[in-house]
Design a protein around this ligand. Structure first.
Ligand SMILES: Nc1nc2c(ncn2[C@@H]2O[C@H](COP(=O)(O)OP(=O)(O)OP(=O)(O)O)[C@@H](O)[C@H]2O)c(=O)[nH]1
Length: 193
């Protein structure tokens, strides 16, 4: 993981430091950070997977956009923390394939079966990327903003101590109710029924 550049990024929530890293496959990933990440208590961290449709366009098919906004808001409120923005669009299958999966979901297939019909696993992400970024920043203990127990387990398996899982339940709407229900029932996300 190569550190490329860092600069200040003023936003409505806070002025974050944005740092770009390049992985061995050439993909660029981003960390938005605030305050001293090595101080106690362990910082609030969000590991966010790229979602062009939700993060940039405000799509209501998923909860990604509101989760990103809420993570920025909570980190700003604490005055320290980080968002790792991983370029693993579409749970790792890429934008074109995610839209193929959306087209299948438009015909009634759920998000997991749509991935399978396209020949992908339900979740193709690799959190070793996140571990490499955390190690680069010297963060070995954190409080993780997520509803996804798989994320917590992946980090723990690679030696990152998740001292607390902080739920991030925002952005439910009539368009994504079925999608969220599938995340809960088939992907193990800790979401209210
Ligand atoms: N393949 C696929 N990817 C999707 C779909 N909807 C959203 N995504 C992607 O899912 C990723 C976000 O993952 P989620 O499963 O929503 O949440 P998570 O990161 O596992 O868990 P949280 O930390 O609780 O948010 C982003 O990369 C989105 O682009 C879909 O229907 N199909």
């Amino acid at each position: 993981m190569e550190r490329i550049a860092s600069a200040q990024l003023p936003t409505a929530e806070a002025t974050f430091t944005m740092t770009v890293f390049r992985a061995e496959d050439g993909k660029e990933h981003m960390v938005l950070s605030l305050g001293d990440l090595k101080a106690e208590p362990p910082p609030l961290v969000r590991i966010h997977s790229e979602c062009l449709t939700g993060d940039a366009l405000g799509s209501m098919r998923c909860d990604c956009g509101p989760q990103l906004q809420e993570a920025m808001h909570r980190i700003a409120a604490e005055g320290r923390g980080a968002i790792l923005y991983l370029r693993q669009e579409g749970r790792g299958i890429g934008l074109g394939n995610k839209i193929r999966a959306y087209a299948l979901q438009d015909q009634g297939v759920d998000t997991v079966d749509a991935n399978h019909q396209l020949g992908f696993p339900d979740d193709a992400r690799d959190y070793r990327l996140a571990v490499a970024l955390l190690c680069e920043m010297g963060v070995c203990r954190l409080r993780l903003l997520t509803n996804n127990p798989r994320k917590v387990a992946s980090l723990a398996a690679d030696g990152i101590e998740v001292v607390d899982r902080v739920p991030l339940q925002v952005g439910e709407n009539p368009h994504n109710a079925g999608y969220l229900a599938t995340k809960r029932k088939r992907l193990g996300h800790l979401l209210p029924p």
